[in-house]
Design a binder for this molecule. Structure first.
Ligand SMILES: *[C@@H]1O[C@H](CO)[C@@H](O)[C@H](O)[C@H]1NC(C)=O
Length: 326
């Protein structure tokens, strides 16, 4: 089969389409003929060599989510059969024509979503559901701030939080991106280039702050995120695109009983991933099937143009998800 290989850590130009061996199918895996793989920031970090390589036994190739058709099922797999159309949360290997994945990380294509677009769902659905809802228990009537509202995570988080009855605040870096967030249901749209999000959050919440924040920025926003939280507020870190080290005034943590948690899907155990995928199918899939949540796909590239796709992601000009089609 063909797959994208990384010739050496570096810029997008190190991504090359090469002939490689087929994946090995273990008894608990299914083999998927990939229809599309979606990009994630984690892929660009791996390409640059700033993420550790995948653990032994996992695919050496990039790509942590895909959609496609089942080509084979291991002997311990009962739910899926050859020909089923599915999408999956992968442990790697999505940037390829075929990928093997534990059957517990596979989801059916929600009716109404195209096979290709479904590739954009597993990672955002599992990340947002496991953090904002399973860990943080955002509930109806609460306020929720997601930074980068026009990102893959953001466009999904807005829709699921609205579906669950929360009031949604977003930040983004342009009026065009904020307009998309508003269309997806965001209540308060903050342009971080022209306004201070802490001030705006306070204005919109009678000085109280929001109940839950989903953050991927890290150090650069840490204190300001704490300053934006209501009493009992929860800050959830899923990445640290702008710094890992910062100084914090702990007074606000104590004065307002704040909680800070961090979570990254790729560090979760197989059992944990299976549990999350199961919860996502129960709680998120019905919202997609009824059209309350739609995947936001910005652009598809042929697999051979993975470098171009990475350039687009790193330009941050996109809104929603970027796909690779073998
Ligand atoms: C830390 O925060 C508290 C409460 O907001 C404030 O009173 C105090 O002056 C701050 N300390 C520093 C060193 O900024």
């Amino acid at each position: 089969m063909k797959a994208i290989v990384i010739s050496a850590p570096g810029g997008p130009e190190v991504l090359h389409l090469r002939e490689v061996g087929d994946p090995e199918l273990r008894d608990e895996d299914v083999l998927i003929n990939v229809a599309a793989a979606a990009l994630n920031r984690a892929d660009t970090f791996r390409r640059k060599g700033s993420h550790p390589p995948p653990p032994a036994g996992a695919s050496p190739y990039l790509g942590i989510e895909c959609s496609g058709t089942i080509l084979a099922a291991g002997k311990n797999v009962s739910r899926w059969k050859i020909g089923d159309q599915v999408c999956a949360l992968l442990n790697g290997g999505g940037y390829a024509e075929k990928v093997a994945v534990p059957a517990t990380q596979v989801l059916p294509i929600p009716p109404g979503v195209s096979l290709e677009d479904a590739a954009s769902l597993p990672e955002v659905a599992c990340t947002v559901w496991s953090t904002v809802f399973m860990i943080n228990q955002l509930s109806a009537g609460e306020t929720f701030l997601v930074h980068g509202g026009s990102s893959g995570i953001g466009t999904f988080a807005i829709q699921i939080a609205k579906y669950q009855g929360a009031k949604v605040f977003v930040t983004a870096g342009s009026e065009e991106k904020l307009a998309v967030c508003k269309d997806l249901g965001a209540d308060v749209c903050i342009n971080y280039k022209t306004e201070d999000f802490v001030v705006r959050v306070k204005q919109e919440t009678e000085g109280k702050g929001v109940d839950v924040i989903l953050d991927h920025i890290g150090a650069a926003y840490f204190q300001r995120n704490l300053d934006s939280l209501n009493v009992g507020g929860r800050l959830l870190l899923i990445s640290m695109m702008c710094g890992a080290v910062t100084e914090v005034n702990l007074s606000c943590l104590l004065a307002r009983c704040l909680t800070v948690k961090a979570s990254r899907l790729r560090y979760r155990s197989p059992e944990n991933k299976a549990a999350i995928v199961n919860e996502v199918e129960k709680n998120v899939w019905p919202a997609i099937i009824t059209g309350k949540i739609t995947p936001v796909v910005y652009k598809s590239f042929p697999l051979s143009e993975a470098a171009e796709a990475h350039r687009l992601m790193e330009s941050s000009k996109h809104i929603g998800k970027i796909l690779l089609v073998p």
